[in-house]
Design a protein around this ligand. Sequence first.
Ligand code: FAD
Length: 361
Amino acid sequence: MSQVPNARVEAVYFSSAGGETAVSSCLSAPIAIECARTTTNDFCRSPTADTRHPKRQAENIVYAHPFSYHRAGSLLEASELLQQLGEEARLIAGGQSLIPLMKMRMVRPSALVDINFIPGLSEIRCSDGQLRFGALARHADIEESDAASSIPIVQDCAAGIADVQVRNQGTIGGSLAEADPSGDWGAVLLTLETSVRCSRPSGERTIALDDFFKDAYTTVLGHDELISEIIVKQPAKNSAGAYLAFKRSAPVYATASAAVQLTLGDSDTCKDVRIVLGCVGLTAIRAKEAEKTLREKKLEKKRIDSAVEAVRAAAEPQDDMRGSADYKRVLIAALVKRAIGIAARRARGEQVEAGHEYVGR
Ligand SMILES: Cc1cc2nc3c(=O)[nH]c(=O)nc-3n(C[C@H](O)[C@H](O)[C@H](O)COP(=O)(O)OP(=O)(O)OC[C@H]3O[C@@H](n4cnc5c(N)ncnc54)[C@H](O)[C@@H]3O)c2cc1C
């Protein structure tokens, strides 16, 4: 049991019911929580699984390893719980990355600290020239938020992540903390001046997003540290961006994605630009050479073509089930070229649709 005062601690198991797992990705709903003060493996087995045959039994396991469940009521309580419960404890937000991994037993946290009940952590608001997202802001809330509509590239991203179920549960804080190289938020937010506010037992710190990701699935966050807020500086006048992600179907990650944010000056000069490539490296890649090709120059075809060449060189794709490295290099170049065009049109005041695109459409 936790020693944190006022912490609501409930040992839980995620049970099976009628042969189907009762695990809900909707962890904020109490339905997934049952008190069962036990640590036996019996609760990890489906009642319909064939328990006489060990091989089949193993094949049937899609249940998380037992863990204790702790509901935090504040940021401080959450970080203190993480500290007390040790290295094997994990936070849970939307559960859209963590629960599938737990069910496949690719991760086996000994304890989960649920932050869904911390008040005020889902807020999205504009203040002092900044757009501020609470860590628990769901992708769907961002998609529909009036505040977020002031930065079109943010809505391109939110509206296209996976399918509606994932968007309703998944959070912006969880996405950044997961640091999945195929995740959409990292690439998009790196084109903007973004910082991440973090909370730990010893206090708070704010980290520039450029310094946040260390490697695939690895950030600078300490074990007892959580993201509380994501802060994006409102772009300058005559700025706009576009995010294009190319994928096979809604519930899969993109094959490649391109995020471009630029500011136009007089006579169609590109005053400033950031270009970030997604899914073609171990982290999102800032294509700085490509940016240099465009910065302070007139946005014209030959310059854009040079920038696209530089993008091809910057990408570090790998062959995988989504395509060969060569294919992804061609794809990322085409996506960046289109994203530059859309960002420029938007910066000139045009309304242009952009976002996730699907094979065959
Ligand atoms: C079928 C499917 C398709 C998907 N497709 C896409 C896609 O196309 N693009 C995309 O970007 N994402 C995709 N996702 C992932 C989705 O966006 C998740 O919402 C996101 O990756 C994680 O957010 P979460 O709130 O669910 O985090 P959780 O799963 O709850 O947590 C993920 C990790 O982050 C940690 N964590 C959570 N919140 C915090 C916090 N505030 N501070 C510190 N650590 C924290 C947890 O401990 C855990 O390690 C997909 C998911 C699924 C299931």
